[in-house]
Design a protein around this ligand. Structure first.
Ligand code: BGP
Length: 472
């Protein structure tokens, strides 16, 4: 049986982690540009250290990133060489609307993505576009406070209208917000939120989330109106939450954590706030303000498919346990899995479990839009890179994904690994945390030629695609 003939194999990247060129093409400044590398990054991502302009002495890794802005032709050619059928990329909002509330878009920015899509077409690569991958114009943060303000919905929809119209012959696969649940863990990065002293942070987060959820539903409506062929997906940071033990209290804690994550998808896919969320948010005094008509909007325009990132499973205990890292989520250390060099659990079977759970819950087509291993690659003396650890990680995950399709019958549209080309880490801002099949000669201190080199995994993934996942 195997994967369906039209299974979309590819890779995923985000504008702020690859493009660079933040002062070129008329682009404005975004929240993601202001996340420095080093010790202050976490505080800023979480909305606790407000810097809305570049400060001397700070290093801002997104400013140049891997300079995809100037290398995109060469980079997409390499993706084509691997046989990509899909390339997930994101639009830098501030290339299209530098401030965010202009009436007219910036033509130069629109042309940049035109060129990218044309390049993809040359190699038969279908684009999958994330409208907002942790992007929020700084001007909108200064003036409106980011997604805490309802007017953000209109600015976002204005962006969507421009994109859906301009690219209607080039793009039919869209994601509204990257990892929408990240708003709870990295609210500055996820929604441009900087907290004010003494305010109820949880309330602000859920208010901003509500605005994003309404915006996502209205974007789905708009996408379908502009081109009925458009398919719109939600995107969340997935990873099943295991109870630390079979102690009922641990199982209960795990269930609560699952609901906290699924809340967003419950709304985006089923079209309403689930009872558990309504009651709990109200009880905690953090139920967001809604306008008349919001519930109807959510109900009428659910997403067409569900996409998610999967790096690892999580683990929760009712008591205190040793903690582990993992994509900005707090998790108890699971003694039954291995860990990456960055301390993230490695749990391939967890991907099969997650696929089954998500499918059981929503019964909609799914798309794995991120999965990969961040590791430090050390080139040999002749420049070759043997990243067998990455191949092993991906192989084991794809094997489990295959079982979920073949043996469990989940409906899966495609798989885009994170990330085909080395880029800047979202969590740490590091360059040395590499995910790619393609090595970029840029070092942590900024030195290097920016040259692209095919790693061993490049040829391995090329074969995977060529054989539609038969040869792993
Ligand atoms: C997800 C993001 C990506 C990506 C990935 C890996 O949260 O959607 O943008 O970066 O995680 O995380 P990191 O870069 O921190 O290793």
């Amino acid at each position: 049986m195997g994967f369906p003939e039209n299974f979309l194999w590819g890779g995923a990247m985000a504008a702020n982690q690859c493009e660079g060129g933040i002062f070129e093409g008329g682009r404005g400044l975004a929240n993601v540009d202001l996340c420095p590398s080093g010790s202050r990054r976490q505080e800023i991502l979480r909305g606790h250290g407000k810097i809305l302009q570049m400060e001397p002495g700070c290093h801002y890794p997104s400013a140049e990133a891997i300079d995809f802005y100037h290398h995109f032709r060469e980079d997409i050619r390499l993706l084509g060489e691997m046989g990509f059928r899909v390339f997930r990329l994101s639009i830098a909002w501030t290339r299209i609307f530098p401030k965010g509330d202009e009436e007219k878009p910036n033509e130069e920015g629109l042309r940049f993505y035109d060129e990218i899509f044309e390049e993809c077409k040359k190699y038969g690569i279908q684009p999958l576009v994330t409208i907002s991958h942790f992007d929020c114009p700084v001007y909108l943060i200064e003036k409106y406070g980011g997604w805490r303000d309802r007017r953000m919905i209109d600015f976002y929809l204005c962006l969507c209208r421009v994109l859906f119209t301009r690219y209607q012959d080039k793009v039919t696969l869209w994601l509204t917000f990257n990892e929408i649940n990240m708003i709870l863990h990295a609210p500055f990065m996820g929604a441009g939120l900087c907290f004010r002293e003494g305010e109820n942070e949880e309330l602000v987060k859920y208010q901003a989330a509500h605005h994003e959820l309404v915006a996502s539903a209205l974007a789905t409506k708009l996408a379908h109106e502009i081109n009925p062929k458009n398919q719109v997906g939600c995107m969340f940071a997935a990873g099943s939450v295991y109870p630390f033990s079979c102690r009922p209290e641990d199982v209960w804690e795990a269930l609560l954590k699952e609901q906290e994550n699924y809340f967003f998808v419950d709304v985006q896919s089923r079209g309403y706030y689930p009872a558990y969320a309504k009651i709990r948010l109200q009880k905690r005094g953090i139920f967001p303000q809604m306008q008349t008509g919001d519930e109807e909007i959510l109900k009428k325009y659910p997403v067409d498919f569900i996409s998610f990132s999967y790096y690892n499973s999580r683990c929760v205990s009712a008591g205190t346990q040793e903690m582990a890292e993992g994509n900005l989520f707090q998790s108890a250390k699971n003694p039954f899995v291995n860990y990456s060099d960055w301390g993230w659990p490695i749990d391939p079977l967890g991907l099969r479990i997650t696929l089954n759970q998500v499918y059981d819950r929503y019964q909609k087509p799914m798309f794995i839009v991120e999965n990969g291993l961040g590791a430090e690659d050390i080139p040999e003396a002749d420049g070759k890179i043997f990243d067998d650890y990455r191949i092993e990680y991906l192989r084991e995950h794809i094997q489990e994904m295959k079982k979920a399709v073949e043996e469990d019958g989940v409906e899966l549209m495609g798989y885009t690994s994170w990330a085909p080309i080395d880029l800047i880490s979202a969590g740490t801002g590091e360059m040395k945390k590499r995910y790619g099949f393609i090595y970029v000669d840029k070092q942590e201190d900024g030195s290097g030629t920016r040259k692209r080199t095919r790693k061993k995994s490049f040829y391995w993934y090329q074969k995977v695609i060529e054989t539609n996942g038969e040869e792993l």
